[in-house]
Design a protein around this ligand. Structure first.
Ligand code: SF4
Length: 934
């Protein structure tokens, strides 16, 4: 069944789950960085070793934020009256800082929307039944079609212990390597580049290096929004040392450019030309460290020759779409600055030539010897909280375990010996895109998806949905009940979520930290490691999966890392092989390698110039740059770029529960350069239909000079749970890098057309509504209300009937109709309080929503509010505009007014006046731009 939307599919969801929910207060957040949720917990029975049983723990608990790869430490205070949290001052990643998402974590802990019971074919069932069905289903398909007919698709959200047992079960016992992870979509390119250059997937630097560098180059990363706390650390370092230079290389002008001395708005996909050009220029300028190269590097002659092919600065500037002067300035800066860190992320990784781009970056660091020393090195920042942990255990289909590969028969034999594995896989499995294509073709007949939402996040997402709907057996374990992917499942297994589970994660600087349980599991949810081992036992592998607690798994993982290692593999945590359960519980953040030579961990790698290649030399790789696989043409003339926004995480399953995280950007949007908008008749605030060769979507048009002409940007987060037809990955081609298998998510040729339905409007209502006959509907939770942005192709006979269908009878009505102009407005009140407002118009020209939304507070409406209600005319000073500062709910108009009326001239002055920007700092770039505007 194609084009399923709003989670209605062939495998519909159960309606029988009755949550044993925590009571909670959902309302306006106090203007404080401490979030409060009031929680009472009913006792429950828990199997031994399964997180905290019965009641929440008391006192302060150190744990780790579950969102991005920065891996910030969090201190959660469990108090009589509820839970509050702050950044962990002791954690080396953040020293007490948190971003807007981290600060709001306590607001995501309630049971609303959680998957609480096992479900088979839409009916609640027991764990015993569900586990038995998963085990027998997989066994039957393996018996009939062989081990490669089954697959696991796992996630950088699960913990290292979960990852370890999933990998062991698939590769060691089932005998297939068909286990891949959503980290394939975010950092498999960096893994492949590291292995080519260093002989191991090892990030050389630590976070401190970024602060101590004299030049920080940020390539293909909106660091300010995707890694906010690292950005804050960099911004603070630059403030303390203004002479530090920051260069941003990105087709878009992003919030990261706020601290940039130089922004190179490079043509999409041209990065390898730019870095090859840099290498050639460094050589011409005699700015290489040839002593280092001769002592520690191989392959340099071929790499230099390939770089020379790229040509002179004018030629490189032309290919990159940059001014020669800008490019020369960057090359000069790089040549003269020894302490240089180059940060790279998805703009490099998500490309059909991403591995070459990443190696072009690593080449310049090796050629200048800028690696292994303080303030120097290439730095791949990972997107997910435990993408690195997955890399360590072998969660990618082409890795084996503990940094061992299928390319070496001795490694396969070693892992088989260590695991006592009866049937170890002998060759790499299918990478994510190939895996879902194999599901579509019927080659894979059973898939188990753990903690991820591929129907939203995979490229060619409509085909991924079709593949799952047609698959013989789809098992999904997740903590969320309704996602676009759980809607395709035959069996749903409730997994514990953040705050309920125990284990470890590794962040972008190789630092292993504990995630600790704060609360009992919701409903009947169980940790992923427990679910996997229970299935393994029922498949006949009890001997290899007899774990009773995560500490046991972690010790085995640590032992494998040191097993016959002798310094040949970078990843090693053998010093933790014999941790007691108590020591595991008390584990403090530490960077690997952690072994007998470095029992307290290792800040920085390659200080001795030795790498993990057979001869100990790093490898420079000859790069022949190439542009993206598919170019724009007359039918699809614009380049679609996808990425994150500031306050949402992945497919919004957690962050969209928090009103203040929805306030900044409440609707799916497409950012367009005004010159392109003019050419394609796109109006700011109107709706657009985006179409590629693979799918289409609707989004609100946002005009911005930040876009490069010819490029548009759409956030990756929206999905059917929050919007109709807004999954951007439905448009993205399943084209991948030939080495890493990472999709080209940053470069899809698209067409963008103005979309003009019969009517448009918005509804603000106290509860979420099912609105009839809409072709576009984006729903967002506010503090005391839901906001629905809507549009329809068919005009209802009578708007009043339409409203009543959506809302039901309401006690008190105020209405305004202008049939000639196609306008309708209605407000519904109960006991003097606002229940809902409906604003309908023939186009997108509608009033601002913020003041109307503020009327949904618990109080009765005042006469002045009532008077202006249907005119959407707020009393003077009552409209603060769209939210800029999520921590203190400060709006754009409030900031602009304060700037104007009080002659504020700096971010600090705005902070003193309104508090905006004084907590997590994520909104500082936006405040600075408001200051610039005025
Ligand atoms: Fe969490 Fe924000 Fe830290 Fe990332 S930067 S780990 S999202 S608090």
């Amino acid at each position: 069944m194609r084009g399923a939307s709003n989670l209605q599919t062939m495998k519909p969801q159960p309606s029988v789950l009755s949550p044993q929910s925590f009571t909670q207060q959902r309302g306006a957040q106090p203007p404080s960085f401490r979030s409060k949720r009031f929680i009472s917990v009913a006792p429950r029975e828990a199997p031994c070793g399964l997180s905290c049983a019965g009641k929440p723990l008391a006192g302060s608990i150190q744990t780790t934020c579950p969102y991005c790869g920065v891996g910030c430490g969090v201190v959660v205070n469990m108090e009589e009256e509820g839970i509050s949290l702050i950044g962990d001052k002791q954690h080396p990643a953040n020293s007490g800082r948190l971003c807007s998402k981290g600060i709001a974590l306590a607001d995501t802990l309630d049971n609303e929307g959680k998957l609480l019971y096992p479900v088979v074919n839409n009916r609640r069932t027991s764990w015993e039944d569900a586990l038995e069905r998963v085990a027998s289903g997989f066994k039957k398909i393996i018996a009939e079609h062989g081990p490669d007919a089954v697959a696991f698709y796992v996630s950088g959200q699960i913990l290292t212990e979960d990852y370890y047992v999933a990998n062991k079960l698939m590769k060691g016992y089932i005998g297939s390597a068909n286990i891949d992870t959503n980290s394939r979509l975010c950092m498999s390119t960096a893994v492949a580049a590291h292995k080519r250059a260093f002989g191991a997937d090892a990030v050389p630097v630590c976070y401190e290096d970024v602060e101590t560098a004299d030049l920080v180059v940020i390539v293909g990363s909106n660091y300010a929004w995707a890694h906010p706390v690292l950005y804050q650390r960099l911004a603070a370092a630059k403030k303390a040392r203004p002479e530090m230079q920051v260069v941003v290389i990105d087709p878009r002008r992003t919030a990261t450019c706020d601290i940039a001395d130089l922004h190179l708005a490079i043509a999409p996909g041209a990065d390898a030309y730019l870095f090859n050009g840099l290498l050639h220029n460094l050589r011409r300028e005699d700015a290489l460290d040839l002593d280092y190269v001769e002592a520690h590097v191989e392959g340099y002659a071929a790499a230099f020759a390939a770089a020379r092919e790229v040509g002179s600065i004018p030629k490189v500037a032309r290919i990159c779409g940059l001014a020669e002067t800008q490019l020369s300035e960057f090359y000069r800066l790089f040549a003269r600055t020894g302490r240089t860190v180059t940060i790279f992320s998805q703009g490099i990784n998500q490309s059909s030539s991403g591995v070459d781009k990443a190696n072009a970056i690593l080449n310049v660091h090796l050629a200048t010897g800028r690696i292994g020393r303080p303030g120097m090195g290439p730095f791949s920042v990972t997107g997910q909280p435990n993408a690195m942990g997955g890399r360590e255990v072998g969660g990618l289909a082409n890795q084996l375990a503990a940094h061992m590969d299928f390319s070496d028969p001795a490694s396969i034999a070693r892992v088989a010996r260590f695991w006592n594995a009866p049937n170890i896989a002998q060759a790499p499995g299918l990478k994510a895109v190939d895996m879902f294509q194999a599901i579509a073709s019927g080659k894979i007949k059973a898939v188990w998806i753990m903690g991820t939402n591929p129907v939203v996040s995979m490229p060619d997402a409509d085909r991924v949905r079709d593949a799952l709907l047609g698959c013989e057996l789809v098992v999904v374990s997740d903590c969320v009940q309704h996602t676009d992917t759980t809607a395709c499942a035959d069996i749903l297994l409730p997994a514990t979520g953040w705050g309920e589970k125990e284990g470890t994660v590794t962040n972008s600087e190789r630092c292993i930290s504990r995630q600790r349980a704060l609360l009992p599991a919701s409903g009947e949810a169980r940790p992923d490691w427990w679910i996997i081992t229970q299935v393994a036992q029922r498949m006949g592998y009890a001997d290899g999966f007899s774990y009773t607690r995560p500490a046991e798994i972690f010790r085995e993982h640590a032992r494998l890392s040191g097993f016959e290692n002798e310094g040949i593999r970078a990843f090693e945590i053998s010093a933790w092989s014999e941790l007691s359960d108590g020591e595991y519980d008390a584990l403090q953040p530490t960077q690997w390698p952690i072994n007998k030579h470095a029992p307290n961990g290792t800040k920085r790698l390659f200080a001795d110039g030795r790498f993990y290649t057979p001869n100990g030399r790093a490898r420079m790789v000859a790069i022949a740059p190439r542009l993206p696989a598919v170019a724009v043409d007359a039918d699809f003339p614009l380049v679609l770029n996808t990425g994150r926004i500031r306050d949402q995480w992945h497919t919004m399953t957690r962050t969209a529960k928090v009103p203040r995280l929805n306030a900044h950007l409440p609707e799916p949007f497409v950012q367009v350069q005004p010159s392109d908008a003019q050419g394609y008749q796109l109006a700011h605030g109107g709706l657009a239909r985006l179409t590629s060769r693979h799918g289409s979507m609707l989004a609100r048009i946002q005009l911005s000079e930040d876009q490069r002409p010819g490029s548009v940007f759409v956030p990756m987060h929206w999905n059917d749970a929050y919007a109709k037809a807004a999954r951007v990955d439905a448009l993205v081609a399943p084209i991948t890098d030939p080495i890493s298998g990472q999709p080209e998510s940053k470069h899809t040729p698209v067409r963008v057309e103005s979309y003009q339905p019969a009517w448009q409007g918005f509804v603000l209502s106290r509860t979420r509504l099912e609105l009839p006959d809409t072709c576009y509907c984006a729903s967002t939770r506010g503090a005391d209300y839901w906001r629905h942005e809507i549009a329809g192709e068919v005009l209802p006979g009578d708007w009043r009937d339409w409203v009543q269908t959506a809302l039901g009878e309401s006690a008190q009505w105020i209405e305004y109709r202008d049939a000639a102009m196609g306008r309708y407005r209605a407000a519904c009140l109960k006991d003097g309080k606002l229940e809902a407002v409906f604003f309908i118009a023939p186009d997108h020209r509608l009033p601002e929503r913020e003041w109307l939304a503020s009327l949904f507070n618990p109080h009765q409406l005042e006469a002045a509010d009532l008077a202006g209600l249907l005119a959407a005319r707020p009393p003077k000073g009552a409209d603060t505009g769209h939210i800029v500062c999520a921590c203190f709910s400060v709006g754009e108009k409030a900031i602009l007014n304060a700037i104007q009326e009080q002659s504020l001239a700096s971010v600090e002055a705005v902070g003193q006046c309104l508090k905006a920007g004084t907590n997590c700092g994520s909104c500082v770039p936006e405040i600075r731009r408001l200051l610039e505007r005025h």
